[in-house]
Structures are given as C-alpha cells and as structure tokens.
Ligand binder design. Structure first.
Ligand SMILES: Cc1cc2nc3c(=O)[nH]c(=O)nc-3n(C[C@H](O)[C@H](O)[C@H](O)COP(=O)(O)O)c2cc1C
Length: 322
C-alpha cells in the first residue's frame, strides 16, 4: 500500500536533547497528531563537509549523488526533496546559527536547488516530480538575556529557504533560553512552538500552488518587515528608506510625534522571498556574465594564471602534509 501521508522533515543543530531540539520536537508532536509523518535529523550527527564549489558542479547536472564529497550531504538533499514541509531549528552561536547550518545550506541548497533557475531552464531529471514550493518554519534559540545578541540567527536561517522557494509561514526567535532543559521553563515559548507546529501542519495539509507571502504566525510580534517578519534592516545614511536585510523589501521611514520610528512598506512582489524576485536574480546573474565578465575575460588571463600559481604565502594544514 502506498504511503500517502504528508511528510515533514526537521533539521536541527545544537546539543543533542538541547533547547532547540526540544522546541522542534514540540512542533513535530503537533504535526504528528495532525496525521503528518515527521522526521528529525540532527545535523551535528551527520558527516557533512563544506561545499567546494567545484568546477562544472557535477551536482547541478546529475543531482546530489554526483557530489564529489562522499558524506551525508547527498542524503540530506534527498530528505529535503522527498518532503512536503521543512522545519529548521538552530541555536545562536556568536550572533549567528552555529556553523553547521551554513554548511548544510551550501551543500543542499544554493543555485543547484534553485526553483527559478529550473523554471527558466528546465527541471533536471534528478529533481523531477519533486520540484515544488514547500511551506517551512524556522526556530532560532539564543541564550542571551538581550535579544540583540541573537541578531543574525533568524536572518541566517532564512538564507536556507531562498533557492528552493521554501515559503516560511512562521518563525520563532527565542532568547533568554541558555542552559540544558531551560526551554521547558518557558511556557510562553513552549506554547509558541506548539502554535508554530500547528501552523506548519496546516500549511502542509492544505497545499496551494504556493504559500508565497502567506504568514500564519503571530502578527503582534512587532517585527519591522511585514514580509519575512524580522527586524534586521540596512539603514544607509542619506536615504529615507531601509532595506530588509533578509528579503530585500524597502520600507519608508518616518518618525511619529514622540520620535518613534514608523515604517511604511509599499506593496512588493519582487523581493527575494518570491519567485518573481528570484527570476530577477537569475536574469541579473546571466546579464552580469554576458555583459560584464565575458567581454573582458581574455584581458585578465595572464594575471589570473600568475595568481593561480602563486604559492609562496600558502601554509599547508598538518593533515595535508605528507
Ligand atoms: C559557542 C557558543 C556561542 C554562543 N553565542 C551566543 C550568542 O551570541 N547569543 C546568544 O543569545 N546565545 C549564545 N550562546 C548560547 C546558546 O545559544 C544557548 O545556550 C542555546 O540554548 C543552545 O541551544 P541548544 O541547547 O539547542 O544547543 C552561545 C553558545 C555557544 C556554545
């Protein structure tokens, strides 16, 4: 009998049984009760090496199994492709998610898993039947008492969602949860994790052509950007607007009579959380290659070879010394 159950795969980083894992499991329990098949994968227990961006990228053509690195990377990509919903949870280490999250992102996602690229140039055989937008949710867990010590956590978790058009329908930015088991002392976050699990479960059980720009999480979180519900903005002097550092939306700035910042975010359907925004990016990359790089590439060959051969400063790591 074929298994028609919807599947959610949760990738977690941090300590085994740690705070992040607790919130992820709380969310998964909700989804399991909704009849969804749930998996949890501990990234720290995977053999996962950093992407080498190797020439001609065999994985682009032939899929994850063609990766030159023989580790768990291809299996992680298959787990994602076989899922109907995505959950990622990670602790904050030095303002950002711990490093394995960006290795995971670079091995599994990026250009080789780019839905906009596939729509423009055709879906590769290895992804056929599995090229689809998925709903997703993100959980970032920091231990600091002040939220600004988690500033790059959620923003960086979002970077795993762009290429494959994983539409984040809820996110949860936790702080003040540091020590082993402390996750359970915070009833507010425990309830929030349940709510996040129900939201992701709902999105997975109600597939739409896309869940783009649809938010099921709290509206009263008070985050600046109404698109990705984060508050990390780029604010350049001399401008009257800010740009959301995560999705790129522009927010017009003003101050109310008490001097508080007010934002107005004009309608926008081309930010990088949208397919249209990604099409723009695909075309921008092509234009760059054709118009800026190719006409001048011959001029730099001699210098390029000189730098390629230059080894006088390089020190080999002990593992590479024979
Ligand atoms: C190397 C390291 C750096 C950390 N840096 C931060 C930080 O910048 N901000 C913060 O809020 N918490 C920081 N923490 C605390 C963890 O985010 C916190 O303990 C969290 O609950 C760990 O999650 P886990 O139990 O899922 O591993 C750091 C922890 C470690 C081990």
């Amino acid at each position: 009998m074929s298994n028609t159950k919807k599947k959610v795969v949760a990738f977690t980083a941090g300590r085994r049984g740690g705070n992040t894992e607790i919130y992820v499991k709380i969310a998964l329990e909700q989804m399991e009760q909704m009849g969804i098949e749930c998996k949890l994968i501990r990234l720290h227990e995977c053999d996962l090496r950093p992407c080498k961006d190797c020439p001609n990228g065999p994985c682009y053509m032939h899929g994850p199994s063609a990766c030159i690195l023989k580790d768990d990377g291809p299996w992680l990509a298959e787990q994602f492709l076989d899922s109907d919903g995505y959950l990622l949870g990670a602790p904050v280490w030095s303002l950002s998610p711990c490093g394995i999250v960006t290795d995971f992102r670079d091995r599994v996602f990026g250009p080789k898993m780019d839905l906009a690229m596939w729509e423009a140039h055709g879906i590769p055989d290895w992804a056929d039947g599995r090229a689809k937008q998925r709903p997703g949710a993100l959980i970032s867990v920091g231990g600091a008492l002040t939220e600004h010590w988690t500033s790059l956590g959620m923003a960086t978790l979002y970077t795993t969602t762009f290429s494959a058009q994983t539409n984040v329908i809820d996110n949860m930015n936790v702080y003040q949860v540091a020590d082993q088991g402390e996750a359970l002392m915070r009833n507010d976050y425990v309830l929030r994790a349940k709510y996040l699990g129900q939201n992701l479960g709902h999105a997975v059980l109600n597939p739409q052509k896309d869940w783009e720009n649809k938010w099921l999480g709290n509206l009263e979180d008070g985050e600046a950007c109404p698109g990705c519900h984060t508050s990390l903005v780029i604010a350049k002097p001399g401008k009257n607007y800010v740009e959301c550092a995560v999705c790129g939306r522009k927010g017009l700035l003003s101050l109310d009579e008490d001097g508080n910042i007010q934002y107005r975010w004009p309608e926008d359907n081309r930010n990088r959380l949208t397919m249209m925004g990604k099409f723009d990016h695909v075309r921008e990359i092509q234009r760059h290659t054709e118009e800026i790089y190719k006409p001048h590439v011959d001029e730099i060959q001699e210098e390029l070879n000189r730098y390629r051969k230059m080894e006088q400063f390089t020190v080999k790591a002990p593992s590479k010394q024979k």
